[in-house]
Design a protein around this ligand. Structure first.
Ligand code: FES
Length: 162
């Protein structure tokens, strides 16, 4: 009996380092696994999250300054970026300035300025807008273009949400 007790004690003593080693390996592998997951997961998270954060940053834009846009000739227009969306700035022949979102209210194509017809035209389905008010005047667009406020500065034009 004594012998058997000694034997089992030996057995336990013999097993302990083995268990510890196994436990250690588990911790090690778990740790390594977590590092791999973090190393792979974080860039994936960043990749997925960045367009979302960029989109929300772009949506948060309330004003843009367009350097040298004050030199835009009368009777002409220029495109610009207002956050993620295209905008159009028009300098009319009578020296009035107008800016609007250049996104068609029908199916979101970009509209263009056509000086000779004095209109904003959407080539996708023939939508036509007024160049001063952005009102939808022909074709399928259901509502006017969104107008912006324009401030002409000595070295730029500042366009902001109304
Ligand atoms: S998207 Fe502009 S008219 Fe259809």
């Amino acid at each position: 009996m004594n012998h058997s007790a000694e034997h089992s004690a030996e057995k336990i003593e013999g097993q302990e380092p083995l268990m510890s080693r196994r436990a250690f390996s588990q911790v090690l592998f778990t740790g390594v696994g977590m590092c791999y997951a973090a190393a792979i997961g974080y860039p994936v998270y960043q990749y997925l999250a960045s367009p979302i954060s960029k989109a929300s940053e772009a949506a948060a834009v309330n004003q843009v300054s367009l350097p040298d846009a004050n030199k835009l000739e009368k009777g002409s227009a220029m495109m610009f970026k207002f956050g993620a969306k295209p905008g159009i700035l028009i300098h009319h022949a009578d020296d009035t300035w107008v800016a609007m979102e250049a996104v068609c209210t029908h199916l979101a194509c970009t509209v263009q300025y056509q000086a000779e017809q004095n209109r904003l035209f959407c080539a996708c389905h023939g939508g036509v807008y007024d160049t001063r008010t952005g009102a939808n005047v022909a074709g399928p667009p259901p509502k006017p273009l969104q107008a912006y406020k324009v401030t002409v500065e000595p070295t730029s034009v500042v366009v902001s949400k109304v």
